[in-house]
Design a binder for this molecule. Structure first.
Ligand code: ATP
Ligand code: MG
Ligand code: MG
Length: 341
């Protein structure tokens, strides 16, 4: 059978590997750091992204390369792509590695984002705050996740700095956060899962619930927006699209060119979950339809939430997923549970 190369060995790579195995594929993970995915993949390369010999050997051992981590350095991607196809494509990575280029892309295809300004250096901050007013959020352009690298401004006279090129975003007064897990196949077929309702605490996703409770018109709009994004990028694979629901319509918060935490509910709600859907897409198989056959609440197990595991294992209609990460530090995603409602 074919071998799928996965850049990144975290929990997303781990769940992709399991899904790939079920379809008869082998997986080779490339991860410079600790790799929970290494336990379940058929091969693991534990080397830095600067190691050209390791990158070359990895690429030559696989048929197609995908990723669960979108901040792989450009030079490594150039080398890998000279040997095997990378799916989703390089353009998508370039767009989504930087919040500024991502927002320029989204507004460029006619979608609405929060109002934003490039804050290249600290010196650009006062004018940007003057323009957008408070409240506002300053976010580093690169590498941020789980709310890291973000500063909230409640007052336009406040002066704090992220320490890196950033974007300032006007605060969106949303009534709900939803996300679309959308997939696009090699033939251009698009399939979306039901949009889920997301609740964050301290910048970290806590729960995703489907159905989301939002009106059908909003859900249809959300799926159409997600389809517009993947079509514009000639995308292959699964993408997470985060949206704010506002009285003036949907605002795109950000996109993630990979399987997404808010799509974990599909493991309990759909015949083909987001991980299998991604493997199908990058391997060139037909997509699953994405139909939901159960109502589900996904809850992340963060830090010492794992103390609840013995009790959770006794609950009916509950799937427990653990990532094999070892030490439970505060804010660290250790696992999740899917409750069929
Ligand atoms: P992720 O782990 O989803 O990649 P991230 O670090 O990229 O997170 P964002 O998604 O940009 O962070 O922001 C985290 C959360 O902060 C959002 O889900 C939302 O709740 C809130 N937030 C972000 N930007 C805005 C905004 N412009 N207006 C209001 N709330 C916001
Ligand atoms: Mg993000
Ligand atoms: Mg986000």
């Amino acid at each position: 059978g074919a071998t799928i190369g996965i850049l990144g060995g975290g929990q997303l790579g781990r769940m992709l590997s399991v899904a790939a195995s079920r379809l008869g594929y082998r997986c080779h993970i490339y991860e410079p750091a600790a790799a929970p995915a290494g336990d379940v993949a058929h091969a693991l390369t534990n080397a830095p992204y600067e190691d050209e010999a390791a990158l070359r050997a990895f690429a030559e051992s696989v048929d197609v390369i995908t990723y669960e981590f979108e901040n792989v350095p450009t030079a490594a991607l150039d080398l890998l792509e000279s040997i095997r196809p990378i799916r989703p494509n390089r353009r998508t990575l370039a767009v989504s590695q930087d919040r500024l280029t991502e927002k320029d892309f989204l507004t460029g295809i006619g979608l609405t984002t929060a109002p934003y300004r490039n804050v290249e250096t600290e010196a650009d901050l006062p004018a940007a705050l003057q323009d957008l007013g408070a409240p506002a959020i300053l976010k580093t352009r690169r590498m941020g996740y789980d709310g890291k690298g973000q500063i909230r401004f409640s007052d336009a006279a406040q002066r704090d700095w992220t320490g890196a090129p950033s974007v300032l975003e006007g605060f969106v007064d949303f009534s709900a956060e939803i996300s679309v897990i959308v997939a696009r196949g090699v033939d251009g077929q698009v399939a979306a899962f039901d949009p889920g309702l997301n609740v964050h605490r301290e910048g970290i996703l806590r729960t995703t619930t489907v159905p989301s409770g939002q009106p059908n018109g909003i859900l249809t709009d959300a799926v159409l927006i997600a389809a517009r994004i993947v079509n514009a990028l000639d995308y292959i694979g699964v993408m997470g699209v985060e949206l704010f629901v506002t009285p003036r319509g949907l605002v795109v918060n950000e996109i993630a060119p990979r399987v997404h935490n808010s799509g974990h509910w599909t493991q309990a709600g759909c015949a083909v979950d987001q991980f299998e859907q991604h493997i199908r897409a990058v391997a060139g198989l037909p997509l699953g339809d994405g139909q939901r056959y159960a109502d589900v609440e996904m809850q992340n197990l963060i830090g010492d939430d794992i103390d609840q595991i013995p009790a959770l294992l006794r609950q009916p209609r509950t799937q427990v997923h653990l990532y094999g990460k070892g030490e439970a530090r505060p804010g660290r995603k250790m696992g999740h549970v899917n409750r069929v409602l």
